[in-house]
Design a protein around this ligand. Structure first.
Ligand code: SAH
Length: 371
């Protein structure tokens, strides 16, 4: 197996370059390229060609290899399917927005949570990602952004802070971040220290692992917290999110509010709007009825929060349906009338299967078909 240079400490990298007969300063040159997300050695034009060739034979740059890169038609969203050293695949998504460049990263290969509407969990959990594997996802996005604007071989390895770099991170890709809290925290610390991304530009989304939220409180960084709520009653939530059998709605909200109050932040609530098909093939509302909107408003009354309504992104294997635009707006209107900050999340990159875990799932299916 090829050595992964990004996983080496500075002294290990120096030892490595010395071993292949190179002066020590090459280690510094290489690590600057690694921090810019260089996907291979051929782009490292300040290294002699023979060395680049040699490196290519023995090593790889990052612990993730790009298997597929998809661009949405509007050019705003780029989705990457990445392969890890053991053949596991993960996804990350770059979103170019009016407020900056946001990257959605995965925290696990697969997911154990079993939410009934989600594609990520269909193949179960394979393993946790390392801090380096999570961090590499934003480096891949960073490289992509710089190549948007420049011929990347021409710019200085340290780049230019204002050229449209990654500015926001959401830990909302495949996996449950609070089942891999230590590595997620390690990643966020590095993103802040090494890439200069502000705490308040970083969001962790959880299905509601209460001890994990307490770990975040102890950690004490003022990041944003998003809770995937998706239902306003324990009865309904337990039907679509098995984790609710372990941590009840009221406990999740209490812990989440404790976190956001400590940092004077607004709690983000994610609410997917789901319908399902009845016997006549018509779409009936599931958690998106007027009754549930009222219940959600009761539940969130007086809390400092923002509700993101997310029309469900269809996943073939799942028995739900997306509600109509009218139903979505009706649901939002009720919350707003009741004084709850609410917005409808604009879906990005639906033309490139940007819903959680779709790309990874489709690729796994294709590999199975070929066998
Ligand atoms: N496990 C974490 C983070 C990953 S999921 C969590 O539960 O928050 C990120 C968000 O996407 C969650 O709110 C999740 O419920 C939502 N999601 C999953 N599948 C979806 C789909 N098909 N359409 C729209 N949103 C989806």
């Amino acid at each position: 197996m090829k050595q992964i240079l990004f996983n080496m400490t500075p002294s290990q990298l120096e030892a490595f370059v010395t071993e292949i007969g190179q002066p020590k300063f090459r280690a510094k040159q290489i690590s600057e390229w690694l921090m810019r997300g260089a996907p291979n050695f051929s782009v490292m034009k300040n290294l002699p060609e023979s060395l680049r060739h040699d490196l290519d034979e023995r090593a790889q740059t990052l612990p993730v290899n790009i298997v597929k890169k998809l661009e949405s038609r509007d050019g705003e969203t780029t989705k990457f399917l990445l392969e890890l050293y053991d053949g596991e695949q993960i996804e990350c998504v770059l979103m170019r927005t009016s407020y900056g460049n946001s990257v959605c990263v995965s925290s696990q290969a697969g997911c154990a949570m079993g939410c009934k509407f989600c594609a990520s969990t269909l193949l179960g959990l394979k393993r946790n990602l390392s801090t380096n594997e999570i961090f590499s996802q934003i480096l891949v996005a960073q490289w992509e952004l710089r190549s948007d604007k420049f011929d990347k071989h021409q710019i200085h390895p340290n780049g230019d802070a204002n050229n449209g770099d990654v500015s926001h991170i959401v830990v909302m890709g495949t996996g449950e971040p609070l089942q891999n809290t230590e590595n997620v925290i390690g990643f966020i610390e590095r993103a802040n220290h090494e890439m200069g991304i502000g705490w308040r530009h970083i969001t962790v989304s959880t299905c509601g692992i209460v001890p994990g939220i307490h770990d975040l409180i102890k950690w004490g960084r003022p990041i944003n917290l998003a809770i995937s709520l998706h239902a306003p009653t324990d009865e309904l939530r337990s039907q679509i999110m098995p984790i609710n059998n372990k941590y009840k709605l009221s406990d999740v909200l209490t812990a989440a509010n404790e976190f956001t109050n400590a940092h004077n932040r607004q709690l983000m609530i994610e609410y997917i709007l789901l319908g399902h098909k009845n016997e006549n093939g018509e779409t009936e509302l599931y958690n998106a009825t007027i009754e549930y909107a009222e219940k959600l408003a009761d539940l969130l009354h007086g809390k400092n929060c923002m509700v993101n309504l997310i029309p469900w992104n269809a996943v073939d294997e799942r028995d739900f349906a997306s509600p109509s635009g009218n139903a979505v707006h009706r649901f939002q209107d009720i919350l707003i009338q009741r004084g709850i900050h609410t917005r409808i999340r604009r879906e990005r990159g639906t033309d490139i299967g940007s819903a959680c875990g779709q790309l990874r799932l489709n690729n796994a299916k294709k590999i199975n078909d070929q066998r």
